[in-house]
Write a protein that binds this ligand. Structure first.
Ligand SMILES: [Zn+2]
Length: 167
């Protein structure tokens, strides 16, 4: 098992903006640990090199280790950030529902794609995700619903995306 370097003592508290370069491996799906490893937070397990739902009831045979999605939640380090500016008015509830529904559908196939935060208030919508796919999908869902223009900006690092627009 490859120990995530983010767990090194002394590394916490230094990631206000982004992790040190050596920390990134822990979020990468191609650094998946050995088969049977299971996440103590969300109970995903590693099978054939992928984090999947253990919906057959089999007991995990490997060591516990946070999956990349739970690791991002713990580090408060989203892969996708969405910011739509403007008062949604009576659309607020609908936007929340759309976001939850889109997450549920994306997560069905890709269990590491999750909403981290979602806030809708009179100044706009703010959301963050554990994966770039969900962020992009949310962007196009909102774009269709709001008939607005959504811009997708990619971060300096691979695996970071920012969605911006107005309501
Ligand atoms: Zn997990």
């Amino acid at each position: 098992m490859q120990r995530p370097r983010v767990d090194d003592p002394g590394m916490h508290g230094y990631r206000k903006h982004r992790p040190e370069p050596t920390d990134r491996d822990v979020y990468r799906s191609d650094h998946t640990p050995c088969g049977g490893t299971h996440c103590p937070e969300c109970e995903l397990v590693v099978r054939k090199g992928r984090w999947v739902r253990a919906d057959d009831g089999a007991q995990p045979s490997g060591p516990p280790q946070l999956c990349p999605a739970c690791q991002r939640v713990r580090d408060r380090y989203p892969a996708g950030r969405i910011r739509l500016v403007g008062d949604p008015g009576e659309l607020a509830d609908e936007l929340r529902r759309l976001a939850r529904k889109t997450e549920a559908s994306e997560r069905e196939e890709h269990p590491l794609e999750r909403l981290m935060e979602l806030e809708v208030n009179e100044s706009g919508l703010t959301a963050s995700t554990t994966g770039v796919h969900l962020a992009r999908r949310l962007g196009s869902v909102f774009e269709r619903r709001l008939r607005g223009r959504i811009e997708i900006r990619y971060g300096e690092e691979e695996g970071q995306v920012r969605i911006e627009g107005s309501i």
